[in-house]
Design a binder for this molecule. Sequence first.
Ligand code: GBH
Length: 587
Amino acid sequence: MRVASFCVVLLAVVGVASASETDLAQQRRAAQDDTVRGRPARRPTFPATFMFGVGTSAWQIEGSGGDRPRSVWDEFVSTLGDREVLEAESGIEFHERYAQDAELMADAGVKDLKMSLSWPRLMRADGTAIEEGFDYYRKVFAALRMHGIEPHVTLFHWDTPTWCCKNVTTASSGVCDGAWADARIVKDFVAYADAVFSRLGDGVKYWTTISEPKTVAEMGYGAGVHAPGKMEVREQLRVGHNMLLAHARAVALFRKKYSHLSGKISINLNSAWAEPASGSSEDVRAANDAMDEELGWFADPIYTGDYPASMRARLGEFLPRFTGEESLLVKGSTDYFALNHYTSYYVKHVAEGRASGQLGMSGKPQPWDITLTSESSTAPIGKQAQSEWLHVVPWGLEKVLLRIKQRYGNPQIIITENGIDIAERPSIEESLDDSQRVKFLDAYLGATQEAMRKGANVIGYFYWSIFDNVEWVDGRAKRFGLVYVDYDGKYGDKMLRYPKKSLEHYSSYMRGDAVSVASLGAARESTVEGTIKSAISSFSTKRQGELHAVTGMALTMVSVFAAALMASRVKVTANEDEVHDEHTTLV
Ligand code: GBH
């Protein structure tokens, strides 16, 4: 009887939804058109299984606590100045504060945390494991899991142990020779991966091997503005090659020796969107070549077994070759596509040999300048964030997702990083009032939803970053967090964390308030059933009448939720107050 009346009400709710289906469909189309034009849907909706997570990386948050052995990033910042050294040594003191941080995240509704492990904490040069380091991560995982947070583990996010270097120097040629430029690093990386899988592998569902091989190669070995500070045309491409091989061999090991862990593994590939500066066929081709480098440099080998033909044509013998065995090893070496995406830029064709610009956004010479026939345009493509390189272009994310779908066989995609930095303001109230980030989130999630509607198989989204943290060479100056970190103790104790407005906003996604009507049918049913069951068990000794009351209450909650959901959809079109030009955004 109870179950029957529950079904009737549920059907009624679904009925109301389908009765106004035409209206909703119209609103949705209007909202989606808006997204394409740069105006986002207010509160995009997602399948019940969609993961909403947040990201961090070891070197940016942990600090050097626990006598952490040094990485190339510690060496690199020591060439920059005392301030940089201090910032790196402190991080945000996550090494000491992880337990409270886990609690804070749990309170905000975080269930999925992307984090990296510090390779220097875990392995010695002789290939033996540092057990104290593993104990530390066991404690971190335990604290997270106690709060219902699942760690998504990245093995390497840029902090190469200095023992991988042939020499450590502060000479102008960079702080470290060898390392990723030397193929011997592959076996060290695989030994490290082996030690991690065997000691920490239990229960980890999602892994990535290397975060952004492109950034390390371009910024660290090409432009020289990241550790290890090298500017070597050939090395840059060699580094990318070695990273692909290290990744692929670690994955082969994982699949062979650790299949019982049932985890999924990938590599974090960053790609901006390169938009043709005009509709001319030359600009279109130039932008397509740019995308071959943004995305294809690493994704093509993984999905096809070789580099893009356009890169081979331009770079010739500069670009390393895979042996037949390596090509087979690299091809198919991911279980899902882990995409880091932040921004977009225009690309225009320039006459051969005269290109002064570059495709990496570094402003420094790139190897492909040699024969490059395109350059990034300075035309504004979207509002600039705190960082000069970051322009807010939600539709660029949609285009990257659809390119992945089209070119690589519609893989499952997790957006493993996406975020915006906003400068600190004069008062804490202003710094916490980050409406721009709130809009950014809705806009990029709206673009994600639009790509999904067009068939992209996106299963998760991770905002970068949960905390303000050490932004590499920019240190504490750039703030990407949903949580403000008071490094100097301006407003209380040093290093205290203060939630920004965006955390509260993103919490509603993480808690499941953005689940779509279609998929909510099932999700809501199980939630309601769960609510009723737990209510029944706790009320089990009470009278039947009270049980009916509890059931009624749960059903009311369902209807209210559904009504609220629909109301929020109506708001999508009601929101006419913001007008935006094509190719610009509200943020
Ligand atoms: C991410 O990379 C990193 O994974 C993360 O650690 C970092 O905190 C986050 O970015 C925010 O920066 O200086 O003009 O040459 C994103 C990809 C590639 C974006 C390199 C910045 C340098 C632009 N990054 N790019 S420029």
